[in-house]
Ligand binder design. Structure first.
Ligand code: PLP
Length: 470
């Protein structure tokens, strides 16, 4: 358990928790380019009362992001009220795939709101039917049934429920083990945190369900052995009988590093799950809807999961998430036993339909692939230049830049934090570092970003690393 710091009257910040930004304005160089404008001290002096109000009213755990008070967001830019503008490298938190504040999405939401249907629970509505049908048509086989929810964590809870129900039916009550991966993040609810692989986040749970087992993720950086045999050996070491595995859950890429598993590994995993009658679940909450340069992240593996979980980028705006799965699995529960108050909320459905239209019509997966190639070229060049970048990973418009202590694989959270702070002060907005030891600078701009903005923001990142390390 993280230690309690009596003097500060709070739990000491564990290694993987973001450092906080002081609410004291400092002079920073003013600048203006086509896409960035820094016109005030940082944080903007007039934003301090708003930030302080949030500190007073919200729990400590809500702190940690750069103190930029968002007022307006358009395309790939964020604006505050005091004349500052940033190129957005966060997409919120990988939400605004089709771009911020898109007119088509706003119009769809407004039109739906004006129809006066704002909520309808699980009662039928035409707009929910339209979205569910659209998603069923879009999803590859065998994921032909859709359950609409609100948050990514809920979709993981639902996937766990389906895996276990399916496992018990297929192999009896002992077939309940959920295998997932170290360093994984699947959300903050009880089940999703147990499926996650970050021990510090689970200490509050105390009585961890022994049916959740994590193995190393084959990222090729911290885990050098990326063979599928290593997966099997780890199960044996954890004394898991493969026959008792109900499901394997993985983020399509690990959010904390943007790392993908090797394609061969995933092909073995697919076959193994089929052989064991275990369900393969890809958590696409971050990876879906064009982010990685393909419409769905798992396309990079050339496999089809049994269940997928989705959220974030599905609407580019309002909260909507969903589970897509094999019909026989999705139909395991009787009527009325998989519900949620806001399932398929009409405004969120309207936003999702409009956002999916944009992602498809503008081929934003294609843009992510093209802009991503440019971005990753730049990042590889940075890695050769700065020895304290241990690893760069990702595909399309998601990247993780892992900062390490000199000559080691040990994450350097201080360096990552310093780089993010400098970059925000120069007009490129990122969220605070993520991943193992808080050492990863995560890059995830809206998929509408153009070449000029990619080059400009990548140059800013290079300047920040130079200032922080040289
Ligand atoms: C891969 C993944 N799964 C699940 C979640 C949880 O989603 P939410 O925050 O909407 O509950 C997240 C959120 O960051 C995520 O990145």
């Amino acid at each position: 358990m993280a230690e309690y710091d009596e003097a500060a009257n709070r739990v000491a910040v564990p290694l993987n928790m973001p450092r906080d930004f002081p609410l004291v304005s400092r002079e920073v160089p003013l600048l203006e380019t086509k896409y960035r404008r820094i016109a005030t001290a940082f944080p903007a002096p007039e934003s301090i009362p708003i930030l302080e109000a949030l500190h007073r009213a919200e729990p400590l755990a809500m702190r940690g992001q750069p103190p930029v008070v968002w007022d307006r967001a358009e395309g790939f830019q964020i604006f505050d009220r005091w004349g500052n503008a940033w190129i957005d490298w966060s997409s919120g938190v990988l939400v605004a795939n089709a771009g911020h504040g898109r007119k088509e999405i706003i119009d769809a939401i407004v039109q739906q709101a004006q129809s006066k249907l704002l909520t309808n629970y699980c009662f039928p509505s035409e707009i929910r039917a339209r979205l569910a049908t659209r998603l069923c048509e879009l999803m590859p086989e065998p994921m032909k049934k859709i359950f609409l929810l609100t948050t990514g964590s809920e979709t993981i809870e639902c996937a766990i429920k389906l895996c276990r129900a399916h496992g018990v039916k297929a192999g009896g009550r002992r077939k309940n083990v959920i295998v997932s991966f170290e360093k994984a993040f699947h959300g903050r609810t009880l089940g999703s945190q147990q499926a996650g692989g970050i021990p510090a986040l689970k200490e509050w749970i105390v009585n961890i369900d022994p049916g959740f087992v994590q193995v190393e993720f084959p990222d090729g950086f911290r885990t050098r052995d990326t063979s599928f045999d290593f997966f099997l050996r780890q199960l044996a070491e954890a004394k898991v009988d493969p026959a008792n595995v109900a499901g394997v859950i993985l983020e399509t890429y690990q959010g904390g590093s943007a790392s993908f598993a090797p394609r061969e590994y995933m092909k073995h995993m697919r076959d193994w799950c089929t052989g064991q009658r275990a369900l393969l679940v890809c958590d696409e909450v971050q990876a879906g809807f064009g982010r990685t340069g393909t419409m769905w992240g798992f396309e990079h593996y050339g496999i089809a999961p049994d269940i997928t979980t989705w959220g974030k980028g599905v609407t580019s705006s309002l909260p909507l998430a969903f589970v897509a799965g094999r019909p026989d699995v999705m139909d395991l529960f009787p009527p009325g036993s998989m519900t949620s108050t806001h399932t398929g909320n009409p405004l969120c459905c309207a936003a999702a339909l409009a956002s999916i239209d944009l992602v498809e019509r503008e081929n934003l997966a294609g843009n992510a692939a093209r802009m991503g190639a440019l971005l990753h070229d730049r990042l590889r060049a940075l890695k050769s230049r700065f020895k304290r970048i241990g690893f760069v990973d990702g595909k399309g418009l998601v990247a993780g830049v892992a900062c390490v202590k000199p000559g080691t694989l040990e994450p350097d959270g201080d360096l990552a934090f310093d780089v993010v702070r400098r970059s925000v002060e120069k007009g490129v907005l990122m969220f605070s570092p993520v991943g193992f030891g808080g050492g990863t600078v995560k890059i995830s701009p809206p998929l509408v970003i153009d070449e000029e903005a990619i080059v400009e923001s990548a140059n800013v990142l290079a300047d920040c690393f130079a200032e922080a390390t040289e």
